[in-house]
Design a protein around this ligand. Structure first.
Ligand code: G6P
Length: 364
């Protein structure tokens, strides 16, 4: 087992460090950085020309990747919605034959996600699986599949598969935007170009992160909060999920603007707040950051703006490289994976196999 961990103490740390390579695999042959175009063999241009709306379904970390993708599409003018797969049957969103349902699942075997997919199919939707697992149940049941190619993930807490899911969904998203809106934009080209630089950006974080020292500074806290907007909201929820899964400490993610509508009551000097800035409509995050700080909470800004107002107000900064705002949530998530890992390590938790959790939940 030590050998298969490649010299790392835990599979989770190994998998966090594998991300430059796994992300390279995810994008390999699927984009042209020079022209800023997406080149998906599975989905040539015009594949989705008739799609009217996109619904994403997933659970846990995969739901957060689904939310991330849905924010990206919505902000580009494509009607898109993310659902926790387990709720999909109750919500019964309208589905027509022009609805595309994208099932996001690392294992391809999650019972709730398979159920949601079957409901969508029987209502007439076209279906695509975004998964890490060749030949999994979801690939057999969906019309088409986009593999995320992250390689095997052993740690129960998903890390490299989250970043590869978001990356694969960004590529697929760009194809959807072009096909559905009928336009290619310079923003789309910038996004594709930013994805091509992502493996290098993640490597920079792995080489320089101050997460181990930060985890030590915050060790005696009561609760940990994570806030952000848009794709940074998804990254905040994922940061909190990672933290609670492996540290067993109380951690919650919120939309930055929601904080003052309730969660602020919990904020004290013993509740560090991680504020994630991706560079798109971040003002509400900045004002929430100031609100929590006024109540004595230590603030950790995850941002590329290391010399502006954000860094000035923050107590600590976890830097991320300057990149496209919709890509920035990925390096931010890597910083938060490292914080969660080192916090759990200090608490001596069984990081790869947290109590009560399974890698894949195949029953209801
Ligand atoms: C379990 C795992 C999570 C995972 C979720 C969905 O709860 O512990 O890490 O995000 O299932 O799994 P999937 O294989 O569908 O992505």
């Amino acid at each position: 087992e030590t050998a298969s961990k490649g010299g790392y103490e835990h599979f989770m740390l190994k998998e966090i460090h594998e991300q430059p390579g796994s992300l390279r695999n995810t994008i390999h042959g699927r984009l042209n950085a020079l022209t800023g175009t997406v080149e998906l063999d599975e989905f040539p241009a015009e594949t989705f020309a008739d799609v009217e709306q996109v619904q994403f379904v997933g659970m846990g970390t995969s739901y957060h990747a689904a939310m991330y993708a849905s924010s990206m599409l919505s902000s580009r003018g494509v009607p898109a919605y993310a659902f926790q797969a387990g709720e999909y049957g109750l919500v019964r969103p309208p589905v027509t034959e022009d609805t595309l349902v994208i099932a996001v699942t690392q294992s391809g075997e999650t019972a709730d996600t398979l159920d949601a997919l079957r409901r969508a199919k029987s209502a007439g939707a076209d279906t695509v699986a975004v998964t890490n697992t060749v030949g999994s149940s979801i690939t057999r049941e969906c019309d088409d599949t986009l593999l995320i190619r992250a390689g095997p993930e052993i740690g129960v807490a998903a890390t490299k598969t989250f970043c590869s899911q978001v990356t694969a969904l960004s590529l697929l998203g760009e194809r959807l935007v072009e096909d559905i809106t009928g336009t290619r934009t310079s923003d789309g080209r910038d996004l594709v170009e930013a994805l091509s630089r992502l493996p290098g950006h993640v490597q920079e974080i792995l080489d320089t992160s101050v997460a181990p020292a930060l985890a030590q500074e915050l060790e005696d806290s009561d609760s940990y909060f994570f806030i952000g907007r848009g794709v940074a909201h998804s990254a905040a929820l994922e940061g909190a999920l990672k933290f609670k899964e492996i540290t067993y400490e109380h951690a919650e993610g919120f939309a930055a603007s929601e904080l003052k509508h309730g969660p602020l009551a919990l904020v004290t000097p013993d509740t560090p707040v991680f504020a994630i800035f991706t560079g798109f409509e971040d003002d509400a995050t900045l004002s929430s950051m100031k609100e929590v700080q006024a109540r004595g909470a230590p603030v950790i800004a995850v941002t590329s703006k290391t010399d502006g107002e954000i860094a000035e107000f923050a107590d600590y900064v976890l830097p991320i490289p300057e990149t496209h705002p919709d890509v920035a949530g990925i390096p931010a998530s890597v910083q938060l994976q490292l914080v969660a890992y080192h916090a759990a390590h200090l608490l001596d938790r069984p990081i790869d196999k947290p109590r009560n959790l399974a890698k894949s939940v195949t029953v209801h």
